[in-house]
Write a protein that binds this ligand. Structure first.
Ligand code: HEM
Ligand code: HEM
Length: 126
């Protein structure tokens, strides 16, 4: 999970450098876009896998009931935000949408959710 959150932060950084180039009116550098796409796709996939592993571990290894913690619900919202960011990102990638501001806003909300899940996850550590 720490690895996937690190990837997500690197993807955010690459995305923000695309945003700065766009707001300056410069052409977005192709290398930056490739970097963003590579990092962001890996991050979204890993976050979904990590999210799925959470309840499996809670139920099988810990003997808890699933989704009884605040962490689980924060994580559910967060994974939804990352998924929405990713779906819109793919539409941008293929030129089927131009809603870059909405993509950036979803990315920001997802990052805030991840920070909250991070904090709420610590009390669960054995
Ligand atoms: C499958 C996942 C994703 C894809 C395919 C994707 C695709 C893209 C594309 C194509 C752009 C360039 C838009 C343009 O200038 O035309 C972009 C920008 C951006 N992306 Fe992503 N993205 C993904 C996930 C993420 C994630 C996970 C984050 C951060 C948590 C993120 C943050 C950003 C930001 C901040 C921008 C700049 C938007 C702007 O110019 O205002 N993206 N993304
Ligand atoms: C690095 C920060 C995080 C830490 C330290 C952390 C820690 C934990 C721990 C200790 C558990 C209990 C599972 C067990 O030990 O058996 C757990 C469960 C879980 N985690 Fe995380 N987590 C973090 C981030 C995330 C994120 C970002 C997501 C998803 C977006 C997530 C999704 C879940 C889910 C869905 C559960 C199952 C909880 C339940 O069913 O009640 N976690 N996490």
């Amino acid at each position: 999970m720490t690895l996937s959150l690190t990837l997500a932060l690197l993807a955010l950084r690459a995305g923000l450098s695309l945003r700065r180039a766009r707001l300056r009116g410069a052409r977005r550098p192709a290398a930056d876009l490739r970097r963003h796409l590579r990092l962001a796709k890996a991050a979204v996939v890993m976050i979904v896998i990590g999210f799925s592993a959470g309840p499996v571990s809670a139920v099988w290894l810990r003997g808890w009931d699933a989704f009884r913690t605040a962490h689980a619900w924060i994580a559910l919202v967060t994974v939804g935000l990352y998924a929405a960011t990713g779906v819109l990102g793919r539409r941008l990638e293929h030129g089927r949408s131009r809603a870059v501001d909405r993509h950036a806003l979803l990315a920001l909300l997802a990052t805030l959710g991840a920070a909250a899940a991070f904090v709420a996850g610590f009390v669960l550590l054995p």
